[in-house]
Design a protein around this ligand. Sequence first.
Ligand code: DC
Length: 205
Amino acid sequence: MIIAIDGPAASGKGTLSRRLARHFGLRHLDTGLTYRAVAAALLANGLPLGDEAIAVEIAHNLDLAQMDKSVLASHEIGEAASRIAVLGGLRKELVDLQRRFAEKPPGAVLDGRDIGTVVCPDATVKLFVTASAQARARRRTDEMIAKGQEANYVSVLEDLKRRDERDSQRTVAPMKQAEDAVLLDTTEMDIETAFQAAVDIVSRA
Ligand code: DC
């Protein structure tokens, strides 16, 4: 069983994916972390984000078990990840890795931007999780404030819009809802309601 979850930044797809995996006894991969891990390695070594050969080599040697979400969560790494995500050769390398993860029993929940369209086109069930840019910016701002970080709603909103634009307009594997994906718009939902809605969609499938 493979559950494919796509959607824009800060849509809540990460939390939903983790909870769905726990609920259905599946493994979980946040594929955004694979792009973030490659970006972080390039940044840490002062390497240019456009160097595809090096990015591919880093991706080839990536160990999923070593990816640390807390280290990779920064805004700078997220931006860099979105920039290198346009490189076709890098995507191919990471998609291979993600597919190998998905195919191991008992199955998995994968979340990202191109899971239903490219990584797992034959997934058992596909969700496209979204929310208005304003709702996502509000949640992201509250999250940052709760962590004691400085956050400005207007600049968070602008960043999210820029990232959505880049992720959905790139030529290779742009973020888009797969034709057979179920749309889950969480603008008016809290996390519990969204989780129940997601469980219902998966159970029906
Ligand atoms: O979901 P995230 O914020 O961790 O993702 C960081 C960037 O990685 C995102 O802006 C675009 C890229 N990405 C991608 O292109 N394809 C995926 N399946 C996951 C992430």
